[in-house]
Design a protein around this ligand. Structure first.
Ligand code: SF4
Ligand code: SF4
Length: 125
């Protein structure tokens, strides 16, 4: 499940820089979380970082966004692939179940590992 910010938010600003996915931003009145970018910190941390720092405990789970751990992980992989692609990498390689992610110029991966298309296909599932 993605998280959400309730109207108890006091605009203290501390959560925004803690989000590894850039999902938190200042809304018209209080801070808001983009559920398309919030992975509940899956892929980065064991616990939601925004919740760890919020002084008024106003960041519950978003009941409108029911997602399994696998779905959150798939969202994380999509965000990583999109971010790396925006950085103009030649290819995106995502390795193994618990493997890392990364981008390389074609020349350095030509004769190594599995085809990059396999990793990219993972991100679309
Ligand atoms: Fe960002 Fe994690 Fe909070 Fe979601 S739970 S908004 S990914 S810090
Ligand atoms: Fe609002 Fe909590 Fe974020 Fe502060 S940490 S801006 S109170 S949601």
């Amino acid at each position: 499940m993605a998280l959400m910010i309730t109207d108890e938010c006091i605009n203290c600003d501390v959560c925004e820089p803690e989000c590894p996915n850039g999902a938190i931003s200042q809304g018209p009145e209080i801070y808001v979380i983009d559920p398309n970018r919030c992975t509940a910190c899956v892929g980065h941390f064991d616990v939601p970082q925004c919740r760890e720092v919020c002084p008024v405990d106003c960041i519950p789970l978003n009941p409108e966004w029911k997602e399994s751990q696998d779905e959150l992980r798939a969202k994380y992989l999509r965000l990583v692939a999109a971010g790396v692609a925006k950085a103009k990498a030649d290819h995106v390689t995502i390795a193994g179940h618990d493997g890392g992610t990364g981008a390389s110029p074609e020349s350095s991966i030509k004769h190594a590992g599995t085809p990059w298309e396999l990793g990219l296909a993972e991100t679309q599932q």
